[in-house]
Write a protein of this length. Sequence first.
Length: 426
Amino acid sequence: MTDVRWKLRCTTTGREYDGMDARFYSDAGSTLDVVHDLDHVRATVDLGTFDRRLGSKQCVDRSGVWRFRELILPVEESMIVTKPEGATNLYESRWLAGQVGLDALSLKHEGENPTGSFKDRGMTAGVTMAKIRGATRVACASTGNTSASMAAYAAQAGMRAFVFIPEGKIAYGKLAQALAYGAKTIQIAGDFDRALDIVQQVCERENIYLLNSVNPFRVEGQKAIAFELLQDLDWQVPDWIVMPGGNLGNSSAIGKGLMEMLELGWIDRLPRIAVVQAHGANPFFRAFTSGQPLVPVQNAETIATAIRIGNPVSWQKSLRGVEASHGLVTEVTDDEIMDAKALVDAAGIGAEPASCATVAGVRKLVADGTIRSDSHVCGVLTGHLLKDPDAVVHYHRGELEGITSRRANAPVPCEATLDAVRRHLD
């Protein structure tokens, strides 16, 4: 690699560092942004460039991340580690829209990425940077999706992967992927926040490349969701983009990508961003509604395992995008999440519980008048239905404590006779 056309900037002080500096925090202890040379980007590519790449047979162009590489990580193509990822569908369901009180609803399904979640977009950028830096070992703390993605990309790049998971409630659909892809999986006594603390210490002392969302290059890959969503809409800006909030790397990334497009003059306004948290893991919601700095939630708890995080590392970055777009943060209960999940699944789309916090949040915001029924709303579904199959089966059997299975579709016992089967058909 020759030119490094980006810098690292402290999110609180604005101090800048070399783009290849081996750090994830500033001297002030804050997270970092990757700052691109937007004048160079403007002079090099335009929206037509990205549209033309849609018809390409080149792997980097087919990727829904590297198609936008000038704004992600402008590096030599030979260094890029891609599956390829992205190119996910934007679903329209009039029936589902009606169920949540909208005239129309669009859902960008990031569960259609190679390992089944949006994490692949960030991981292709993160593992590419690890390769550029000559790393041979990578690590992350994870509630599931991050570990699955990192393990897959590390295996493709020939790197050793170490996954730190919290004890208890890890969805097997996610854990199975990390094990299958060969990652060394270490279960830490404690929750996700404790696992993240430990992995950061280990990476610093053992010279292992950290791939949690505190890594600013992860955010760069994930912001391609915003680029591809707008490309799906022929570069027309929706009224709202709604997404779940856990560690808040995704909302940070989408906000950053949208603000960069606005600065480049490629869009004329920002859509309003709404971040939806689960009631039992809602520190960002509490901070936003109180106007105070975030206070971690101890022992965060929600059925939506992917967003069961009490101390989100990227909350300040996420808040920046929410405020710039005149957006908001809301919360929903587990019962509301699973009710929304039943709707998403019944529409033939399907998603894991954390994804469906998006639709639960849309439903709530429409009901209280925040989102008008004729608004153009795009929701982000973050993970595949089969990431957490136990939640699906237990819901339809009515076996989830505190959850009302309003749309239960339980399997029914039946004698092995034609007449018995016919009675069930009727």
